[in-house]
Ligand binder design. Structure first.
Ligand SMILES: Nc1ncnc2c1ncn2[C@@H]1O[C@H](COP(=O)(O)OP(=O)(O)OP(=O)(O)O)[C@@H](O)[C@H]1O
Ligand SMILES: [Mg+2]
Length: 340
């Protein structure tokens, strides 16, 4: 299998990792196109880090197989290691060194000469907005600065494939945006990024394809559009002039769109969720038809918007629970206790 023919940065088939009775990764199939951001989305304990560690050759799989740029992750682990870089959930730079010292040291370890390492470090620190903090010990960095220096460290040598394991967990919105910009810049230079996240909007912002995993299994995979389409065509949000007309409008939307209609707390607002089955017409066509019917029925619409379903809705539709409801790890299965 060669990258040239497959165009895949990562290809896995039936990948498994067990820890005692826990099947942390339970038969994962992935096909990650080269040159893109691929999102692996799942709640706590879904198996994201375990999958990444296997692909980065830090953990040996117990079953299945995986290739990175055509190289087997077990038999050709050295080749794989030469092409990938990992920014872990738990960062790896030295707390007692400054930003510059960390990057220069790592640069030297990667074989750069002293002055080349210094130049590269300074350039990365500047690109990541860390020039002012360059001389400070990393232990005094904020969470966002810490995450940025960690990503900087992992792209000292531009890797062909970069694993980012929950790069923005715990960051404030501004720091998240900075990390997102960095990810976009890294991909623009030709690096493939596999990004794990618990944040649906993060996958939505960055990834071109997404695998949703839960309990060690891929429960859905596709482009953002495909995933969203699988739960419906979108939502129509309306604000009416007259709250008394809301029951009439709701009734009409139900009939015309075959949609689930929900009253909002604002007495003039309502939302219609367009069903997947009803989406033979585009969402826009359905919405236009609904607006026409409302006008004919004498309902005055002051404001109207059409939104795509959020990935939150996707997760809820796929798993029956939201991303935070499955808690840490799998539900307890009594038959696990029979063994041994
Ligand atoms: N070294 C280990 N020993 C025992 N169990 C482990 C080990 N590593 C992971 N697990 C278990 O495997 C499952 C998957 O863990 P993993 O860390 O891959 O999940 P995750 O999707 O990265 O979660 P999070 O979002 O919390 O980082 C969990 O049930 C976890 O408790
Ligand atoms: Mg993890």
């Amino acid at each position: 299998m060669s990258t040239q023919t497959s165009g895949l940065a990562i290809e896995t088939a039936g990948l498994v990792k067990t820890f005692g009775e826990t099947r942390a990764v339970d038969g994962v199939d992935l096909a990650v196109p080269a040159g893109t951001v691929y999102g692996v989305l799942g709640p706590n304990g879904a198996g994201k880090t375990t999958t990444v560690k296997m692909l980065a050759t830090l953990l040996r799989p117990d079953g299945g197989e995986a290739h990175v740029f055509g190289h087997d992750i077990v038999r050709e682990a050295d080749e794989v290691r030469g092409r990938v870089s990992l920014t872990g959930q738990y960062a790896s730079v030295d707390e007692d060194l400054t930003g510059t010292e960390n990057l220069v040291l790592l640069g030297r370890l990667l074989g750069h000469g002293k002055s080349a390492a210094r130049v590269r470090a300074a350039r990365l620190l500047e690109a990541f907005g860390l020039t002012e903090a360059a001389g400070k010990q990393v232990k005094h960095y904020s969470g966002g600065m810490r995450r940025r220096i960690d990503i900087a460290a992992s792209i000292l040598n531009t890797p062909d494939l970069l694993f980012l394991d929950e790069p923005t967990t715990g960051l404030d919105p501004r720091s998240r945006n900075q990390v997102w910009d960095i990810v976009r810049a890294v991909v623009a230079q030709g690096t493939t990024v596999l990004l794990t996240t618990q944040y649906l909007d993060e996958a939505d912002q960055l990834a071109s394809r997404i695998a949703v995993i839960d309990h060690g299994r891929v429960i859905a995979e596709g482009t953002k559009g495909e995933l969203k389409a699988s739960v419906g065509a979108g939502s129509v949000h309306l604000r009416l002039r007259d709250p008394d007309q809301r029951p009439l409008a709701a009734d009409l939307l139900r009939r015309v769109l075959d949609a689930q209609v929900q009253d909002e707390s604002d007495p003039v607002a309502l939302t219609a969720r367009l069903g997947a089955a009803a989406s033979r017409d585009t969402a826009a066509e359905q919405a236009a038809r609904a607006l026409g019917e409302l006008a004919r029925a004498g309902v005055t619409v002051d404001n109207f918007s059409l939104g795509q379903p959020s990935l939150d809705e996707v997760f809820l539709a796929l798993t029956g629970h939201d991303t935070h409801a499955s808690g840490s790890g799998r539900s307890h299965d009594p038959k696990d206790e029979v063994a041994a």
